[in-house]
Design a protein around this ligand. Structure first.
Ligand code: SAM
Length: 266
C-alpha cells in the first residue's frame, strides 16, 4: 500500500500496536460463519486479523483512496480464495444495515471519533438485527454510555444506549497505539442489544423526545425541562420527584415518563 496521509476530516487514527490489535480481535471473538461488518477498516489493521477467523467480512469505508488500497492489499495477500472481503465504499452514517440481510449482525470497528455518537444513534435503529457491537471510542464517550444514574457522566447518551443495549467497558487504549496519536484516551466497549426495556416503551420516538427534553437544560429540574409536556402532578403520580434532575433518574423512570406522555397524546 502506498503511503496514505491521515485525513483529519475522516477521523483517521490508524492502529499499529499489535498487542492492542490482538486484544481487540480476542474481545470480538469472531467465528467463521458469522456475519461481521467492520466500520472504517482504514489500512486493514483489524480487517486482516479478523478475516483469518472468517469466511466473509463486510467493511464500510468512506475514504475512496483507502477502500481502493484495501482492495489491492487484499488481492495481494489473499491467502485462501474462500476468504472474502466485501468492500462497501459508503458513509456508515446513512448506510442501511438491513441491506446485508442477516438477522444476526455483529458490528465492529475503531470508529472515527468525530461521528461516533450519531453513528451509535443510527445503529440503534437496527438493534433487532444486531447480535452485538464491539467498538473503539473515545474513553470519555464510553464512560458516558456506561454511566449510572447520579454519576456526572449520566446523560441522554447513557439513557438512549442503555434502553437498547447492555453496555460494558472492556479496556482502555493509550494514544501511542495509533498513528497519528489522538489527543485523548480511547476505550473498547461492547454493546449487546436486549429487549428488556424496549418491550416496555409504547412509543419509541416519544421516548427519545422526552429523554432529549429532560437533559436539555442540565441545571433545571425535571418539571421545568418538561414544562408544557408533562405537568408536575403527572410526574408526581408516577412516583418520580418533579424537583429531581434528569441525571438522577433511572432508565425505567424515563420509560414511565414517556409512556405517560404517550397516553396523554394518543
Ligand atoms: N480500522 C482502522 C484502524 O484501526 O487502524 C482505521 C480506524 S480510523 C479511527 C476510522 C476509519 O473510519 C478511517 O478509515 C476513516 O476513513 C473511516 N471513516 C470515517 N468516516 C466514515 C464514515 N462516515 N463511514 C465509513 N467509514 C468512515
Amino acid at each position: 500500500m502506498t503511503e496514505h496521509r491521515a485525513k483529519k476530516r475522516f477521523g483517521q487514527h490508524f492502529l499499529h500496536d499489535q498487542n492492542i490489535i490482538h486484544r481487540i480481535v480476542t474481545a470480538i471473538d469472531p467465528k467463521h460463519h458469522q456475519t461481521i461488518i467492520e466500520i472504517g477498516p482504514g489500512k486493514g489493521a483489524l480487517t486482516f486479523p479478523l478475516l483469518e477467523h472468517l469466511d466473509t467480512l463486510h467493511v464500510l469505508e468512506l475514504d475512496r483512496d483507502l477502500a481502493q488500497a484495501l482492495s489491492k492489499k487484499y488481492e495481494a495477500v489473499k491467502i485462501r480464495p474462500e476468504k472474502k472481503i466485501v468492500i462497501h465504499c459508503v458513509d456508515a452514517l446513512s448506510y442501511d444495515f438491513g441491506k446485508i440481510g442477516n438477522q444476526h449482525l455483529r458490528i465492529v470497528g475503531n470508529l472515527p471519533y468525530n461521528i461516533s455518537t450519531p453513528l451509535i444513534f443510527h445503529l440503534l435503529r437496527y438493534h433487532h438485527s444486531i447480535d452485538d457491537m464491539v467498538f473503539m471510542l473515545q474513553e470519555e464517550v464510553v464512560d458516558r454510555i456506561c454511566a449510572t444514574p447520579g454519576n456526572k457522566d449520566f446523560g441522554r447518551l447513557s439513557v438512549m444506549v442503555q434502553a437498547h443495549c447492555h453496555a460494558e467497558k472492556l479496556f482502555t487504549v493509550s494514544p501511542g497505539a495509533f498513528s497519528p496519536p489522538p489527543k485523548v484516551m480511547s476505550a473498547i466497549i461492547k454493546l449487546k442489544p436486549r429487549d428488556r426495556f424496549l418491550k416496555e416503551i409504547n412509543d419509541p420516538p416519544g421516548f427519545a423526545h422526552i429523554v432529549k427534553l429532560a437533559f436539555s437544560q442540565r441545571r433545571k429540574t425535571l418539571k421545568n425541562c418538561l414544562k408544557g409536556v408533562l405537568e408536575k402532578n403527572q410526574i408526581n403520580d408516577l412516583g418520580i420527584v418533579p424537583e429531581a434532575r434528569a441525571e438522577t433518574l433511572s432508565v425505567d423512570d424515563f420509560i414511565q415518563l414517556a409512556n405517560s406522555y404517550h397516553k396523554e397524546n394518543q
